[in-house]
Design a protein around this ligand. Structure first.
Ligand code: SF4
Length: 117
C-alpha cells in the first residue's frame, strides 16, 4: 500500500516503530511492508498467510488514506474501480461519486513526494 511521508511519520509516532520496520521505498514510492511469514501488511493482526484469512488492522484509527479508500483503485484511464485483486470486492458497491478525484489527489501527492527525493 503506497503511503505519504506524513502518514509514515504518524504511524511511526503512534506505534513507536521505526519507519524502516514498516515501510520501504519501491520505485520512488513509500510503501507499507508485508510480514515475511503472513505475507500480509505488517499492521494486520493475523497468523495466517491465507489470502482469505481473518485479520484486524492494528492501526485502524490512523490507517493511511489508501487503506481507507481500498478496494477502490484507479484504472488505466484514471477512473475509480474495484480492485480485481481484492477477494472481497463483491461485497462493495460501485465507487461512490468523487472517488476518482480522491484517488487522483492521493496519487499526485505520493508521486510528488517520491520525485522530490
Ligand atoms: S488497513 Fe491496516 S492492515 Fe490493511 S494495509 Fe492498511 S495499515 Fe495495513
Amino acid at each position: 500500500m503506497p503511503i505519504t511521508q506524513a502518514e509514515a511519520s504518524r504511524l511511526a509516532r503512534r506505534t513507536g516503530m521505526k519507519q524502516d520496520d514498516f515501510a520501504v521505498v519501491n520505485d520512488g514510492v513509500l510503501t507499507l511492508l508485508n510480514n515475511a511469514q503472513t505475507r500480509a501488511c505488517v499492521f494486520l493482526l493475523t497468523d495466517s498467510s491465507d489470502l482469505y484469512a481473518e485479520g484486524m488492522c492494528s492501526v485502524y484509527e490512523i490507517r493511511p488514506k489508501g487503506c481507507q479508500t481500498y478496494p477502490y483503485v484507479l484504472d488505466q484511464d484514471d477512473r475509480a474501480v474495484l480492485d480485481e485483486g481484492c477477494p472481497h470486492r463483491s461485497q462493495f458497491p460501485p465507487p461512490p461519486e468523487g472517488t476518482d478525484m480522491v484517488l487522483l489527489n492521493l496519487e499526485e501527492r505520493i508521486v510528488r513526494e517520491g520525485s522530490a527525493d
